[in-house]
Design a protein around this ligand. Structure first.
Ligand code: HEC
Ligand code: HEC
Length: 333
């Protein structure tokens, strides 16, 4: 009896150690949300808006009309939706966009989806906020090619618009201004958000919202260092980083400073599987290619095919719920 007792102690001890090890192993095999909680974040429930442009249903409706309004362009055929097509992930799926007279500005159209969460707009961050951003394309000669005063005149010439401007900007003596056109469009863009992708749900504790492959990919992007730039709710710091690839010098085209050469705003990974081709010049045809180029240019690292496979599984899981947008009937001339 006594002998059995002394033998049982080490056996029990070993059993305890083995089970502790099994629990620990299980713990690491099952990535826990807290591992990435500080790295990534869910899309915020509240969309930030500037104090001087609070959203109202009337303003959003007007903005939606103007977003689809080709008469804002000098040709009468190009609207925001031409290049930021909401059926195509908020892009045109072209390497570089075609605007007025089929000219190209030489850059790829980034998605409008969730753009409301970026302070700095455009690949070179030349605008701050959606209001300032929207002033650009209407007037740009390679986009809609319509000077601000002519755009206002054109919209004012369409009788049916005035009541919509009055409802969107109540109490203003002359609500039909260029400033209010871009304010309304910006308010509409703040509704173009895509919550509840696989990562959002995973971070809220729904462990199976990401497949095993996607979770492996999530670990790899943390390990190899993609998350130095691709982190937070947008899977982008939202800031400029150097990406020396191609002829476009990025931020330096705006400032003329050598030190700004090749600075581009970090792109979001949200809905990325919907927005090929990739990069500011649309030079990467597929996501596979974009991942490999990023790793070699930004991290000086050749990824293995397996690593690319898992990263792809992760990036493919980042498609959120698309906003439901109806095509508005625009007032007749
Ligand atoms: C001819 C195609 C075209 C048209 C029309 C167009 N855009 Fe764009 N848009 C682009 C391109 C290309 C860029 C990137 C340009 C750059 O970064 O230099 C861009 C950038 C943007 C961005 C910045 C997104 C980000 O993440 O930085 C937003 C927002 C946007 N456009 C909204 C609009 C709105 C609103 C309209 C209508 C008033 C509009 N666009 C009309 C092609 C177009
Ligand atoms: C040093 C910062 C940095 C690091 C590290 C980094 N990226 Fe990027 N990423 C960027 C920038 C900046 C852009 C915008 C590039 C451009 O201007 O075309 C970008 C763009 C992308 C795009 C294309 C997005 C689009 O819509 O065109 C993908 C895909 C991407 N990164 C994936 C990755 C992956 C995967 C890793 C890790 C292997 C990684 N990135 C590491 C800064 C970084």
């Amino acid at each position: 009896m006594r002998k059995n007792f002394w033998i049982a102690i080490p056996i029990l001890g070993i059993l305890l150690i083995v089970s502790a090890m099994m629990i620990a192993a299980q713990d690491t095999a099952e990535p826990r949300p807290q591992v990435v909680q500080g790295v990534f974040a869910t899309l915020p429930d509240v969309v930030p808006e500037p104090e001087d442009n609070p959203s109202t249903p009337e303003k959003i409706l007007l903005g939606q009309m103007l977003y689809f309004e080709p008469r804002l362009s000098s040709s009468g055929i190009i609207s925001c939706h031409t290049c930021h097509n909401l059926s195509l992930g908020g892009t045109d799926r072209l390497p570089t966009s075609l605007g007025h007279n089929f000219q190209t500005g030489g850059r790829n159209a980034p998605t409008v989806l969730n753009a409301a969460f970026f302070d700095l707009q455009f690949w070179d961050a030349r605008a701050t906020g959606l209001e300032e951003q929207a002033e650009g394309p209407i007037q740009a000669s390679v986009e809609m090619n319509q000077p601000a005063d002519i755009a206002v005149e054109r919209i004012a010439s369409i009788q049916g618009y005035l009541p919509y401007f009055e409802a969107a900007f109540p109490g203003e003596e002359n609500p039909l201004t260029f400033e209010n056109i871009v304010r309304a469009i910006a308010a509409f863009e703040r509704t173009l958000i895509t919550p509840n992708d696989g990562l959002d749900r995973y971070l809220r504790g729904e462990t199976d919202a990401l497949s095993e492959d996607a979770r492996r990919g999530m670990e790899i992007v943390v390990q190899v260092g993609c998350v130095a730039c691709h982190n937070g709710a947008m899977l982008s710091t939202g800031n400029l980083m150097r990406f020396n690839h191609g002829d476009d010098v990025g931020r330096a085209t705006v400032t003329g400073e050598d030190s700004d050469e090749y600075l581009f705003r970090v792109a979001t990974w949200r809905n990325i599987s919907l927005t090929a081709p990739y990069f500011h010049d649309g030079s990467a045809e597929t996501l596979d290619e974009a991942i490999r180029t990023m790793a070699s240019v930004q991290l000086n690292r050749e990824l293995t095919d397996d690593e690319v496979y898992y990263i792809l599984a992760f990036l493919n899981s980042l498609v959120g719920e698309m906003p439901e947008v109806t095509i508005p009937a625009l007032p007749a001339d």
